[in-house]
Design a binder for this molecule. Structure first.
Ligand SMILES: Nc1ncnc2c1ncn2[C@@H]1O[C@H](COP(=O)(O)OP(=O)(O)O)[C@@H](O)[C@H]1O
Ligand SMILES: O=C(O)C1=C[C@@H](OP(=O)(O)O)[C@@H](O)[C@H](O)C1
Ligand SMILES: [Mg+2]
Length: 187
């Protein structure tokens, strides 16, 4: 028997985007509103190592973090109907991009650099990737990473809105995509 083809509604939804745009917050809120189960891959990595992300980077190195990120993301892509948030660096890994783009709905939470940079201060302590970098370095990383995020199925610009507003808009667009898929398949 061949691979089962899932309807858009049955597929997992995976949130991607730069560090701090709100993937974890919005993913959790969207899952709650849709009564779906939520997984944040970073939280799973933290549980597996039993240490914080800065500690993992310091004690085991970024490579070990990326390996675990890949293993857990590839594993969860076998499930369905889940809401998943992955870390902002996950889409730099080709295997993660490929599996997410081919089996899930990849949802890009976009943000302008101008809006994003207001968040630097609250992110620095918990995001080792930002540590020791100048604002110019971070701006370069921000724009370099957009190339990977441009591979997605749906996107929403999260500039200057409350978490609640963003989650509602995201759900609206997901429902439209699910309905379009159902109409196309009932033809
Ligand atoms: N719409 C929003 N408005 C204000 N602060 C937000 C919003 N969304 C997220 N945040 C805050 O920004 C920080 C990063 O959010 P988080 O969900 O961890 O992002 P990510 O998972 O993309 O790194 C958190 O402190 C969170 O509370
Ligand atoms: O962009 C990155 O390389 C990272 C993003 C973080 O996740 P968030 O995007 O949820 O902050 C976390 O995975 C780790 O600190 C590395
Ligand atoms: Mg997160």
């Amino acid at each position: 028997m061949g691979e089962q083809t899932l309807s858009a509604r049955e597929k997992n939804v995976v949130f991607i985007g730069f560090m701090g745009v709100g993937k974890t917050t919005i993913g959790e809120l969207v899952a709650e509103k849709l009564s779906r189960s939520f997984t944040d891959i970073d939280e799973e990595i933290v549980k597996e190592f039993n240490m914080t992300i800065p500690e993992i980077f310091e004690k085991h190195g970024e490579k070990a973090f990326r390996e675990k990120e890949k293993e857990l993301t590839l594993g969860i892509c076998k499930e369905k109907r889940k809401i998943i948030s992955i870390g902002g660096g996950a889409f730099t890994q080709k295997e993660i991009r490929d599996i997410c783009l081919s089996t899930t709905i990849v949802y890009f939470l976009e943000m302008s650099w101008e809006s994003w940079k207001k968040r630097i201060d609250i992110l620095l302590e918990s995001r080792p990737i930002l540590q020791g970098k100048s604002e110019d370095d971070i701006e370069k990383l921000f724009y370099d990473r957009q190339i990977n995020y441009n591979q997605h199925h749906l996107k929403y610009n999260a500039d200057e809105q409350t978490e609640e507003e963003i989650a509602e808009k995201v759900i609206e667009s997901l429902k439209i995509a699910w309905e379009q898929d159902e109409e196309a398949n009932n033809k």
